[in-house]
Design a binder for this molecule. Structure first.
Ligand SMILES: [Zn+2]
Length: 1086
């Protein structure tokens, strides 16, 4: 475009902008913007009889990786990486304002809003205009581009909700992304597809999939597909998904960024370096080649990469030339058309092509980038950071709930909550929770978490004081208080039995806040320095207690200023839903030795058994678990710790790949036992029985069964992993049973639906496996299980881990890894975590379930696992307050020591997934059915609840259903619908390929390739406008009907039978298995 025209545009747009834009402030979600030209309306036209090349100008801005979030944002530490996000957004906005033809997408809301805050209102207004005209488009839009293997669905949903809300608040409808953009995560989960679909996204693109899968999909034109995101939710979870041709990079030779060394396009007419012909030839060839692997006459080419566009004009100037000189050839018969585009414009073109698409029902795990690089190490890397993230999510939910229930809101609540929300958003990034960042960056994430927790802890302290100190609610000052009566301190090191309040006070209170919408009970463990204590509940009743010594291996942990030598255990029952119960704990002065814990006498000749009426665990004379009895079944089941040696190599060829932060590659798949003999100690008491095992100097475990539980707890402690033999080690726990699992096992997808896995096999292609151990590893976010016709064994984890079943009946989980070499995927460091000069120690829990696989009396095993899973994710949060000033009598009479936040407990299969303050006088709530179809005869039925009855403690004025992210009204949300291939058959493998370095060869095709040609008869672009072509979204219309006879909700929760009355109907909702429904609730003005 001639210069003069550009200036004219700029001048025009500035004027037009000043005239148009008056009311873009104070938007309340969901917000309808005035008529605008964003989204599908802003796409450049394609040419129906040409190959349309959609050029996507983009930047991939990791929210921490080699540098911290702030180092990336401000651009410091350039010696590590030349990357400054602030410059990217500055220069892109400049470039876009100069030329309305250009497009740019931005993805990571964490960075965008950091930048936005710093801008003048003039700049903000210019950006508003760019967004309104679709020139700057938000894609993805979550706080970060989350990992998909190690993240929990609750956190994914949260971080999308927050990113999309900020976009909605700032830009209205035009800020709402339509397309998911998961270009870098290392494999893709089915749950993520389901979540995108339920948030109203029209499609999603990603970059990384297994190289064999990719080859085959390209050769068979199946790289773009309809992904069935859920086995329970039907069409509402279908998502159009595309695998990008070149991950997310520019074609080789065409990175025009200042970070790259590729030549610019040199078009000086008489320049000796003029390379226009050669460059255009090469680019068009590339586009033609790519088009052979895709079905329509559109291809997408990503023109960008990591932290590109710091000087956007450089990239854009060359793209301008590329487009101009390429399209100029059309007059001479070229049928290739280059346009500035966006992923949504590309998706629109695919949709308009009117063709059908293959389908997919499994997921994209594990991801392998070459025959010896299975990206399955990061499922476990940095186990303590992974656990800390889960703790953070737990506390975020507690903080949200208590902030929402506060009788009196303090002005600082929202800021603290937001900080915590954003911190958890950052933690989900694909180089954060994955453990694939540099050590310094991992420490920065941990520090952010601790600051976030402390900030939110001021909210919880304030609200709990309001609720428990009776006079507090009546005082009406809005000043932030600092003179609280109770501390309500949190003890982040309870997992290693450390808590300053309980360790150094003879009298203290323990408040158990239950974040679930059910009555719960819990065995509570409190670190204490003595063994003579008395615990009373809120009614003054004395609790049964048991005292246990802290395990030796925990006492040994260095730099732990340990005063607690004991753990006090009691059974807290009837914890009110979304409420608390407080206990008063006091050291006795008696010197009587009533409770001093004793080790049971050693057995040398027979089985050592611990357990209860539900489950019994037997340990052999060598100290190993040897048999389990539960549910009327007894089986030989063993458990042991083993380790793989991490492969070491120079990474110069595939065969020399090292095991590292991303990659799990055991040296020759050899496995080492850590012990042949285990020292054990046995403790038996009224509440809990424990076997404490010492495997060696760096691995120990407590196996325990609580009196009323039907599962066992394996609390493992691993580290410091020794590396003085110069061998990196990857430690696993392995449970071996006699279950005839025939190569099949099940792992969860982000903590929700289970996915069937088959050893040495993939569902959609003939797998050629060169790494038999790591190629069979799958992400275990919360659960792994296997079964046969008789028995079932399942293990719940407390954090994401890698897991597999390498022999029938066996389950292994990798718990910790310490490596001495980098795996050459960019992080540039060995995964060698240390603390206090030694290898990092990690401690965690596995919850072990065993029983009948089929029907049994009462709740099915699968359903009990689901219920336990919820309790393990969100147990009661423990708040400690010292009681120096109040004796137990005063405490009992002066304070409110029990509180129930919601009026009715929900039926067991329903989880109140979210309760949080949203916009002013609004709450965001989500109800979730936690069972899958068929998991339990009763609990898997649809359930009805009445929201107003459940939340009657809130003054509800109105309730409206939204998409899963809470930012768009559900009944106004429409999604592009794509049509599956006619046969509607699953995409199955019908070809095998071999791969050489440069080319893909088709060896045999058992079934003819689809051979879809360019769709020449495509409708003229523009005819299928956003309106005419968008089908009214059918989400949630597929709810199973309530069958009056056998599915009456009363069978699940007697409190929830339907009552007549319109108000009741408006607030009565039904949930089918695995369904989540999201509502914005408006409260009467307070
Ligand atoms: Zn990345």
């Amino acid at each position: 475009m001639p210069r003069g025209t550009i200036y004219w545009f700029v001048v025009f747009y500035i004027f037009a902008y000043i005239l148009q834009d008056a009311e873009m402030r104070n938007i309340h979600a969901p917000y309808e913007s005035p008529a605008s030209q964003c989204g599908y309306l802003s796409c450049h036209p394609t040419k129906p009889n040409m190959l349309n090349v959609h050029l996507i100008a983009h930047t991939h801005d990791d929210v921490g990786w080699l540098k911290t979030v702030d180092q990336y944002y401000y651009g410091s530490e350039t010696n590590i990486q030349k990357a400054g996000v602030q410059y990217i957004i500055d220069s892109v906005v400049d470039a876009l304002l100069k030329d309305p033809e250009k497009r740019f997408i931005y993805v990571e809301s964490a960075y965008f809003f950091k930048w936005w805050r710093e801008q003048t209102s003039t700049v903000q207004e210019s950006v508003q205009k760019l967004v309104r005209e679709g020139r700057l488009e938000f894609i993805g839009g979550a706080w970060s581009m989350n990992d998909e293997a190690t993240t929990h669905y609750q956190s994914i949903i949260d971080q999308f909700s927050w990113g999309l809300r900020r976009l909605n608040d700032t830009f209205g409808e035009c800020g709402r992304p339509r397309v998911g953009w998961q270009i870098d995560p290392f494999g893709h989960s089915r749950e993520m597809a389901s979540i995108f679909a339920q948030m109203g996204f029209d499609g999603m693109f990603f970059g990384r999939l297994d190289y064999q899968d990719k080859d085959e999909r390209l050769m068979t034109k199946n790289a773009e597909m309809i992904w069935h995101g859920s086995a329970n939710l039907g069409k509402s979870s279908d998502l159009f998904t595309g695998a990008l041709y070149n991950n997310y990079q520019a074609p080789e030779g065409f990175c025009f960024d200042i970070l790259c060394t590729d030549d610019p396009i040199i078009d000086g007419k008489h320049s000796p370096d003029n390379n226009v012909k050669e460059r255009v030839d090469a680019f068009l060839d590339y586009a033609k080649t790519q088009s052979k692997y895709y079905r329509t006459n559109n291809v997408v080419i990503t023109m960008g990469g990591d932290f590109t566009y710091q000087a956007a004009q450089v990239y854009y100037k060359n793209l301008d030339k590329l487009i101009r000189y390429s399209n100029a050839r059309q007059v001479n018969g070229s049928n290739i058309n280059l346009i500035y585009s966006t992923p949504s414009c590309y998706l629109k073109s695919l949709h308009e092509s009117g063709i059908t698409w293959p389908t997919k029902s499994d997921d994209f795990f594990p991801y392998a980038s070459d025959p010896h690089a299975y990206w399955t190490g990061y499922f476990t890397s940095r186990p303590t950071l992974k656990r800390y993230e889960r703790d953070g999510n737990h506390f975020l939910q507690v903080c949200k709930q208590l902030s929402a229930m506060a009788p009196k809101k303090s002005p600082e609540f929202e800021a603290h909550l937001t900080f915590m929300r954003e911190t958890l958003g950052i933690m989900q990034h694909h180089d954060a929770i994955t453990g694939t960042e540099k050590q310094k960056v991992a420490l920065d994430y941990a520090k952010r978490m601790s600051v976030g927790v402390r900030a939110c802890a001021t909210n919880t302290r304030n609200v709990l004081n309001q609720l428990s100190v009776k006079s507090e609610t009546s005082s009406r000052t809005s000043e932030p208080r600092t003179d609280y009566i109770f501390d309500f301190k949190i003890c982040p090191l309870l997992n290693i039995t450390s808590c300053p309040v309980s360790e150094s006070n003879d009298r203290f209170a323990l408040t158990l806040y239950n974040p679930l919408a059910h009555f719960t009970d819990e065995y509570v463990r409190v670190p204490v320095p003595h063994y003579d204590y008395k615990v009373i509940d809120n009614n003054g009743a004395a609790m049964d207690i048991q005292i246990l010594p802290v395990p030796h291996s925990v006492m040994k942990i260095k730099n732990k200023s340990l005063k607690a030598e004991y753990e006090l255990v009691f059974f807290a029952t009837n914890l009110p839903p979304m409420g608390y119960r407080t206990y008063y704990i006091e050291k006795l002065n008696s010197s009587e030795n009533l409770c001093r814990p004793n080790v049971s006498p050693k057995k040398t000749s027979s089985l050592t058994v611990i357990g209860n009426e539900h489950i019994k665990l037997g340990f052999d004379t060598n100290g190993f678990l040897s048999e389990v009895t539960a549910d009327g079944l007894t089986q030989i089941i063993s458990q042991e710790f083993l380790y793989y040696e991490g492969a070491k190599g120079n990474n110069e060829e595939f065969l020399n790949r090292s095991s590292g932060a991303y990659i799990f590659r055991p040296n020759q798949n050899k496995i080492h036992f850590v012990a042949t003999q285990v020292e054990i100690e046995v403790y038996r008491g009224e509440l809990v029985q424990e076997v404490r095992q010492k495997f060696n100097d760096w691995i120990s475990q407590v196996v325990r069964v609580y009196r009323t539980r039907s599962y066992a707890e394996f609390e493992w402690l691993v580290g410091p992993i020794p590396v003085d033999d110069n061998v990196g080690k990857e430690v696993i726990t392995r449970f071996t049973s006699g279950i005839e699992s025939a190569g099949t096992f099940y792992t969860d997808s982000n903590g929700r639906e289970m996915i069937k896995r088959r050893r040495n096999q993939r569902d959609t292609w003939n797998l050629k496996l060169n790494e038999e151990v790591s190629g069979n590893y799958y992400p275990v976010t919360t659960k792994i299980a296997l079964e046969d016709g008789t028995a079932r064994m399942a293990i719940l984890t407390d954090r994401a881990q890698g897991g597999s079943s390498l022999q029938d009946g066996a389950i292994e989980l990798m718990v910790h890894r310490r490596l001495l070499h980098d795996d050459a995927f960019g992080v540039g460091e060995a995964l060698n975590e240390t603390e206090h000069g030694e290898g990092l120690i990690a401690r965690g829990k596995h919850f072990f379930f065993f029983g009948q696989s089929g029907n049994r009396s009462g709740v099915s095993l699968k359903a009990s696992e689901r219920i336990a899973q919820l309790g393990k994710l969100l147990p009661a949060w423990k708040f400690f307050s010292n009681m120096k000033s109040y004796n137990s009598e005063e405490w009992l009479t002066s304070f409110k020591n029990i509180f129930q936040g919601i009026s009715l407990a929900l039926p067991k299969p329903v989880h109140l997934l979210t309760l949080e303050p949203w916009h002013q006088n609004q709450l965001l709530v989500r109800f979730e059915h936690i069972m899958e179809k068929g998991e339990d005869v009763h609990l898997s039925k649809p359930v009805q609840i009445n929201v107003k009855s459940v939340l009657s403690s809130f003054d509800i004025d109105d309730m409206r259903e939204t998409t899963l992210d809470g930012n768009a009204w559900l009944n106004e949300t429409e999604r592009l619908q794509f049509v599956p291939d006619p046969e509607e058959e699953e995409y199955n493998s019908y070809a095998t390929f071999s791969r050489s370095a440069k080319a893909i060869h088709l060896l045999s095709a058992a079934k003819p390739l689809l051979g879809v040609q360019y769709y020449d008869e495509a409708l003229p672009s523009g005819q299928l406008g956003a309106e005419s072509n968008r089908i009214k979204r059918a989400a949630y219309t597929e709810r199973p009907e309530l069958h009056k006879d056998d599915q009456a909700p009363g069978s699940i929760g007697a409190d929830f039978t339907l009552k007549s009355g319109s108000d009741h109907q408006q607030y009565t909702i039904e949930l089918s298995p695995m369904q989540i429904r999201t509502f914005v609730i408006t409260l009467s003005h307070v």
